[in-house]
Design a protein around this ligand. Structure first.
Ligand SMILES: Cc1ncc(C[n+]2csc(CCOP(=O)(O)OP(=O)(O)O)c2C)c(N)n1
Ligand SMILES: [Mg+2]
Length: 551
């Protein structure tokens, strides 16, 4: 059977289990997707087309691959705008597949923007399908890279979507993806160190989620009675009501990072960034670094023992080794748990107080506390924005299941929460999905809210309306770090609930703390019939949250 390249790509996507694609037009593959019956979620800009697919891959832990298309080729306007989304996916290591038009043979070198070199800087692999016959090969390679090894975006450029090939010449078989187990000698050496330590601390990263290894993490922690902290991106990898859970950030987390004598890092790059912890006095600690590959081993901190392999296989192997040496486990479980509880109670006290606040304007923590009351922690999705909502939610929001909360952002690109909530709605249609945002995140997403209405995507956007860009640090106000660039039209000047109500969202404005719970309940009820909701919570400026520990 002779088919064209675009049709071949569409059929292979179906074989790979892809049942929808996000896009912003135009892309010359889209007509084939439509004809082959693959629904397209048309966003209102190219960055969000990438971000929704990216978020879908993250939320499903790569078990289902998010795919997007956007304009490229000789008019790479879409690609230039999508670049921000791809850079973010690459920065955070998300296995998203981006398909775009390729510069046709004979047209290279005519534009100022160099497609090939720019795409290579934001992808695990950039493939240029230079002959239609190579469609199966390139798709095989793409899905191999998307499903194996360290996760990252793959970009495919299609210069000639109408060129034909014989579909039967190289029949496509869906790619499984492959994982590797660690060297047993490294496992034994790691357990030697672990069992000798007086104050070990497990530091879990998003690799645990991508490896579907939450159960294995819990088992190992319980076997050695070790406290657990997670990165922002791994929030939820460990049940946050577990007696061994310390936190993501806050004084209690800082204390454990400072006092541990051994850090068992698993599925994290351990890269000190703007939104992650450094390891204080690292030279005095023993660092065991379990990672999918060598890229981050011995990066910044010397690694005492690396264990290279898939996080699930690694945790299983560590647990097996520990189980065979139980006589060497000398830590008193009760003392460990008691200490965690008292550290947590002390570290969280002021936030718990704020969560019960009756203040007006509403304290943002009151909204977060009430969100925890309204949402079922085993069956809901919530995500933050860049700014205070990230810092505050990641300090206090109790997450009990992987991806009940999506933490994101090695660099934290404003507006992503909308994409995350949309992707969550696609991934878990039964779960209430909430994006918590400030003014800046809301500004980014405004043009894309029509997508929710058009596609009946019943999600809730909860706006912590505090009259300005607070951001991070002490706030943008007064002695804050950006006193000249914080002020936007606030709730006294613009009623955003009316603006978005006119658009068609179920819209509310909430000033009374006692109204937070009922407003959330109404918003989520509207979501059930497919209507998106917006709530403007009139809040105070309250830049108080757990800090990241510096090196
Ligand atoms: C794309 C992008 N540009 C710039 C920033 C820097 N930045 C971080 S937070 C912020 C302002 C956040 O203000 P707001 O949304 O009102 O949230 P608040 O902290 O007030 O809750 C800015 C400009 C960013 N994170 N992403
Ligand atoms: Mg704000």
């Amino acid at each position: 059977m002779t088919i064209d390249a675009a049709t071949g790509i569409a059929r292979i996507l179906k074989q790979e289990g892809v049942d929808w694609v996000s896009t912003f037009p135009v892309c010359r593959v889209n007509n084939a997707l439509g004809k082959e019956g693959i629904p397209m979620l048309m966003m209102r800009d190219d960055r969000y087309a990438v971000a929704v697919a990216d978020a879908f891959s993250r939320i499903t832990a790569g078990n289902r691959i998010g795919v997007c298309t956007f304009q490229g080729g000789v008019n790479a306007a879409g690609m230039q705008y999508a670049y921000a989304g791809m850079a973010q996916a690459f920065e955070d290591g998300s296995p998203v597949l981006c398909i775009t038009d390729g510069v046709p043979i004979g047209s290279s070198g005519n534009s100022q923007f160099d497609v090939v070199s720019s795409m290579k800087t934001v992808s695990k692999w950039f493939g240029y399908i230079d002959r239609p016959q190579r469609v199966p090969e390139f798709m095989r390679r793409a899905f191999t890279m998307l499903r194996s090894g360290r996760p990252g975006p793959v970009i495919l450029a299609v210069p000639d979507p109408t060129g034909t090939y014989d579909e039967t010449a190289d029949p496509y078989v869906a790619v499984k993806g492959w994982k590797s187990a660690p060297d047993p000698a490294d496992v034994t050496a790691a357990v030697d160190l672990l069992l000798k330590a007086h104050n070990p601390l497990i530091y879990a990263g998003e690799g645990v989620i991508y490896a579907n290894a939450a159960a294995e993490l819990k088992l190992l922690a319980e076997l050695v009675n070790a406290p657990v902290i997670t990165t922002l991106k791994a929030k939820g990898a460990f049940p946050e009501n577990h007696p061994l859970f310390v936190g993501v950030r806050g004084d209690h987390v800082s204390n454990y990072l400072a006092s541990c004598d051994l850090l068992l890092a698993v599925g994290t790059s351990l890269s000190p960034g703007r939104f992650s912890h450094g390891i204080p006095r690292a030279a005095e600690k023993t660092i065991i670094h379990c990672n999918v590959d060598e890229l981050h081993v011995n990066k910044v901190y010397p690694t005492a023992q690396a264990v290279i392999g898939d996080a699930r296989f690694t945790l299983q192997a560590l647990a097996r080794e520990v189980s065979s040496r139980t006589s060497e486990v000398h830590r008193n479980a009760e003392a460990v748990v008691l200490n965690i509880k008292s550290e947590r109670d002390a570290g969280l006290a002021r936030y718990r107080e704020a969560m019960a606040s009756e203040d007006q304007p509403i304290n943002p923590y009151r909204v977060y506390g009430d969100l925890m009351k309204v949402l079922d922690p085993h069956n809901s999705f919530i995500t933050h924005e860049s700014g205070n909502t990230r810092d505050q939610l990641s300090t206090v929001y109790d997450t009990l299941i992987p991806r009940g909360f999506l933490g994101w952002g090695n660099v934290s690109t404003l507006g992503f929460s909308l994409a995350a909530a949309i992707a969550a709605r696609k991934a878990f249609p039964q779960r209430p999905c909430v994006a918590v945002t400030g003014e800046a995140g809301l500004g980014y997403m405004l043009g894309n809210l029509e997508v929710l209405l058009r596609n009946k995507l019943g999600i809730t956007v909860a706006h912590i309306s505090n009259g300005g860009f607070a951001g991070y640090g002490p706030g943008f106000w007064g002695p804050g770090h950006d006193p000249f660039t914080h002020s936007v039209l606030g709730y006294d000047e613009v009623d955003m609930s009316r603006v978005l109500g006119e658009l068609g969202l179920h819209s509310q404005r909430v000033r009374e703390p006692s109204e937070v719970v009922p407003a959330l309940q109404r918003a989520l009820a509207a979501n059930q019939s497919g209507q998106p909701s917006y709530i403007e919570f009139i809040c105070s400026q309250y830049p108080v949250y757990g800090q990241w520990v510096s090196r």
